[in-house]
Structure formats: structure tokens, C-alpha cells
Write a new protein. Structure first.
Length: 350
């Protein structure tokens, strides 16, 4: 597989429709939203005639609500992209907004040595409605997915989310608004591009891959992980039952502020026992923005002695999919913990 875009420029983008609001239509009888045939939908979009790039469409046999997204479907997306990798300059994935940041994060780890754009987008209103945000999101995503630099390589060689004029690193993104058109933001990382009258790229913030390397797809994810938020009044017996699950491989623990936890002996004991049993426990902040520094306060420092590792400035979505990915690839807990503390795809600031 040759990933050098100078030799491999095709002038085409593959549009992958998984489901989501963007491809919904309203049933005339029930008034409920239901999936439409996306090929038919885009054939009636005059905007497509003005794009200077060829577009092919791949559609999931059964479009899904993004709430039903899962590791098996992530593997299906990876297989689709890897199979078609040399045929297209970039890929646009149409996806429901609810779990879009999880999918973007998962793909950033599963597509190792990615040298082409994989841009996820969608909409808050169906594309057939008059006030839809879907047309601009879709057309701009296709333009960005086909963009190349002076050397003829992909301008955006990473997994991104494009929404409402913002291009964001996928594994730094979080859904921030259930109703507004500005549904996503990356609180701990700058936007990669602002799309106004012109594109304003922040090229120095983009990943810089080795274009001579082959893209390596990964398909195995271990879903035996969980996310747990600390809160005042947390009970030992309930938390203990969670950590005692024999299948448990990893925990994303959402702590207070810069990585603090209650100074309760039972909590420290449970965390230490789980860590010694081989469970990877990653500490991230409940705050949308900020960095976990467990040595800043005593309530955080005590966690280091239990084997809990810092998630730095990771999002929940990136931390949980990274745990799934690493536990799907490796059996050595120490190796997994070491890699959790490294930036594999620009997901944390080190």
C-alpha cells in the first residue's frame, strides 16, 4: 500500500454514510424522523455540481442511530477505509452527533500512520429541511477532505470533526451543545481550521505524519472498560462492586478539578487492589478544560501511590477508546500504562 499522495492523487473523496440526523426525513404519516436513501438525497443537492472533486458514496446497509455505535462498527469503518485507501484522497463520514467524538477518537487510534483526511460530520437538522446546517457541513467537509499542500500531500492528515465552521482534532473533541449548530468544541486544543469566507488553517497544530509509511489498520478493541465519576458521598460497597468485576480491564475515573479524589482509606485501598490485579485506571478531570496534575494537591497526590495514572488533558471519549484500543492490542499491563501516558495520535499534551 503506497501512501504517498504525490503518486496517489485521485481527485476523489469517499462519502461514508452511517446514519444520523443529517440523512433523516420526516415520515408523512407518523411525523417521526427516519433514515432516507442517501444516494437519492445527494443527487438532488445542486451544491455538489460546483465541487471540483469526484464523490463516491458508501452507505451502511442499515443506517444506525449513533447511540447504537459500537466497536464492531468502528472495525467496519476501519475496514472500509483501509480497503479503499489508495482509491481516494480523503474520507468523509456522516455520523450522528451523540457519539461522533467517540468514533473520531477510536478511529484516530485504529488507523495507525494515517496520511489522509478522515473527517466526521453531520447536522443538527436533517439535510432536507430548509434551515439545515447539514449542507454546509457536508460540502465543506468534502472540500477539506480533498485539500492538498504544495507538496501534493493531504493538508489534513488526521481524523477530524467538522461542524459549524470549525475543524477540530477528532480525539480532542466533545459534544458541547445538544441543540445549537455549534455542537462540538475542543477545549484543550486549538481549532485546526476556521471556515469563513476563506479557510484559515492552523497548520502548525496539525499532525505531521511520515508519508512514506504504510497506514496500518487495527480492528481489535477490548470493550471491557468503564467510565466512573467521583462525587461527594460516593459509597464504598457500590464502587467496590464495580471494580471487582472479573472482566474489567480499564477504568476512566473522572475526578475533581486537577485530579483530586476524596481522602478515604477505603477508596485508596479499592483503587490499589484493582491496579495490582491488572486493571488500568486513568485519572481525568470532570472539568471540560484543564489538565490533571495529581501532585498539585495532597488529595490528588495520594492517588499516585495506588497505581492510578494521569490522563493529562484527555477527553473522556479519547481516554475510553484509547483504553479499548490498547487492551485490544496488548496483554502486558505495564506496557499499556506506559502507552496511556504517551501521545499516540495527538490526543494528549505531553
Amino acid at each position: 500500500m503506497d501512501n504517498n499522495n504525490n503518486k496517489n492523487h485521485t481527485g476523489k473523496v469517499l462519502l461514508i454514510y452511517t446514519g444520523g440526523t443529517i440523512g433523516m426525513g420526516r415520515n408523512t404519516l407518523t411525523k417521526a424522523l427516519e433514515p432516507l436513501n442517501f444516494n437519492h438525497l445527494i443527487s438532488n443537492m445542486p451544491e455538489f455540481k460546483y465541487l471540483s472533486v469526484g464523490i463516491d458514496v458508501y452507505q451502511f446497509e442499515e443506517p444506525i442511530d449513533s447511540s447504537d455505535m459500537n466497536p464492531r462498527l468502528w472495525a467496519h469503518l476501519v475496514r472500509t477505509i483501509s480497503t479503499k485507501y489508495d482509491e481516494y484522497d480523503g474520507f468523509v463520514i456522516l455520523h450522528g452527533t451523540d457519539t461522533m467524538a467517540y468514533t473520531a477518537s477510536a478511529l484516530s487510534f485504529m488507523l495507525e500512520n494515517l496520511t489522509k483526511p478522515v473527517i466526521l460530520t453531520g447536522s443538527q437538522l436533517p439535510i432536507g429541511q430548509m434551515r439545515t446546517d447539514g449542507k454546509e457541513n457536508l460540502v465543506t467537509s468534502i472540500e477539506l477532505a480533498s485539500a492538498q499542500n504544495k507538496e501534493g500531500n493531504a493538508l489534513i492528515p488526521e481524523v477530524c470533526i467538522y461542524f459549524s465552521g470549525r475543524l477540530l482534532r477528532g480525539n480532542r473533541s466533545t459534544k458541547q451543545n445538544a441543540d445549537g449548530f455549534n455542537a462540538f468544541d475542543s477545549f484543550n486544543y486549538p481549532h485546526l481550521c476556521e471556515a469563513g469566507v476563506k479557510f484559515t488553517f492552523a497548520k502548525h497544530h496539525m499532525l505531521k505524519p511520515d508519508y512514506s509509511k504504510t497506514m496500518i489498520p487495527h480492528f481489535d478493541m477490548n470493550p471491557n472498560v468503564m467510565v466512573f465519576s467521583l462525587f461527594p458521598g460516593i459509597q464504598a460497597n457500590i464502587f467496590g462492586h464495580v471494580l471487582d468485576a472479573p472482566e474489567l480491564k480499564g477504568v476512566v475515573m473522572r475526578s475533581f478539578g486537577s485530579g483530586n479524589a476524596p481522602q478515604q482509606p477505603w477508596l485508596m485501598r479499592l483503587l490499589k487492589d484493582a491496579s495490582e490485579r491488572g486493571v488500568t485506571i486513568v485519572n481525568i478531570s470532570q472539568c471540560g478544560a484543564g489538565f490533571v496534575e495529581m501532585s498539585r494537591y495532597d488529595n490528588g497526590y495520594q492517588l499516585k501511590d495506588t497505581g492510578v495514572i494521569s490522563g493529562h488533558d484527555s477527553t473522556v471519549e479519547a481516554a475510553v477508546t484509547k483504553l479499548m484500543y490498547l487492551h485490544g492490542q496488548y496483554d502486558d499491563t505495564e506496557q499499556i500504562r506506559e502507552l496511556m501516558c504517551k501521545s499516540l495520535a495527538g490526543e494528549i499534551s505531553i
